[in-house]
Write a protein of this length. Structure first.
Length: 297
């Protein structure tokens, strides 16, 4: 459950009980999926409770809102402070924060006149663990820049994610892998993807994917550790021949992939570059210093 009768959220300028925060059934956002949101994690680090990359997430929230014409009368430093206050009032450390900006009643297909903000949080321990994903290539294609602002985190876009993820689960897999409309590998329903081949990582270039903040963190980690990464268009046929693969996202963190469409990757996860990056990511979010692969492991 994401809330109980004691949960506190920030809603339209006030800290209120989640059960007292009420949306209007005529909200434009509810009818048309016209809203933007973020998914942010906080960690119990050696320096106390820290929201990971708060600035990047709130900057993306603003970018998402402005991309689709939703007003953004907020200050991102203030929203970060409010987020810490939400955590404090709920007594959370390892948690997931969900800012959501919605638009008030308007049945017209016109841009939002006002914005409403919710910042909710729920306790969510880090996985950073052993679980590996069994992926299935989705029959749904990823939303395309010809139709949507794919680089914005818009609520309505997630219908595509829900369809793909549910389809994969119905077929007995853990998660979906979506191709873009041109047939190149795009991303998962809520995470980006990397492949390892001959000691080099490959990941889909920006264009038809959400520019993940975790993806950017992985690129920073690779740069620091001297791991080469190529951002390019990847054909699905190529994936069969890769050594290993992983997904990354705020919620999923860095998570290894065991197989795609029932075919296992050659390299055991523990020996993969992804496993090193998974450990490095843990150091980064927990604010622990490391410089080399040896220090990560
Ligand atoms: N792609 C999609 C479609 C997503 O929903 C997410 C999660 N926000 C990601 C990638 C990963 O983004 P991030 O690392 O910023 O969480």
């Amino acid at each position: 459950m994401y809330y109980n009768e004691n949960t506190i959220v920030f809603f339209n300028g006030e800290f209120v009980k989640a059960t007292d925060a009420k949306a209007n059934v005529y909200d434009q956002s509810l009818h048309y999926g016209y809203a933007v949101f973020e998914g942010i994690r906080s960690y119990n680090t050696q320096n106390g409770t820290r929201i990971f990359k708060a600035k990047e997430h709130y900057d993306r929230l603003q970018f998402s809102a402005e991309s689709i014409g939703i007003p953004y009368p907020y200050n991102n430093d203030e929203l970060t402070e409010i987020s810490y206050e939400v955590l404090k009032r709920n007594n959370f450390t390892d948690a997931y924060l969900r800012p959501l900006i919605t638009c008030p009643p308007n049945m017209q297909l016109t841009k939002g006149k006002d914005a409403q903000i919710l910042i909710a949080a729920w306790e969510w321990g880090a996985y950073l663990g052993e679980k590996l994903l069994r992926l299935s290539t989705s029959s749904y294609r990823r939303i395309t820049p010809a139709c949507f602002r794919v680089e914005a985190k818009v609520s309505g876009h997630y219908i595509n994610s829900i369809m793909a993820s549910q389809e994969a689960k119905d077929k007995g897999f853990d998660e979906a892998l979506l191709l873009d409309v041109e047939g190149f590998v795009a991303e998962g329903p809520g995470a980006n993807i990397f492949f390892e081949k001959d000691g080099v990582l490959h990941t889909p270039q920006l264009g038809s994917i959400l520019p993940g903040i975790t993806r950017a963190t992985v690129l920073e980690i690779c740069e620091g550790l001297g791991i080469e990464v190529v951002e390019r268009q990847i054909k699905p046929e190529e994936v069969r021949g890769v050594d290993s693969a992983f997904m990354c996202g705020t919620a999923a963190e860095v998570i290894g992939i065991e197989s795609l469409d029932g075919v296992a990757f050659a390299k055991p996860w523990k020996e993969s570059l992804g496993a090193i990056i998974q450990k490095a990511y843990k150091n980064v979010v927990l604010e622990k210093e490391y410089r080399t692969v040896a220090q990560v492991a």
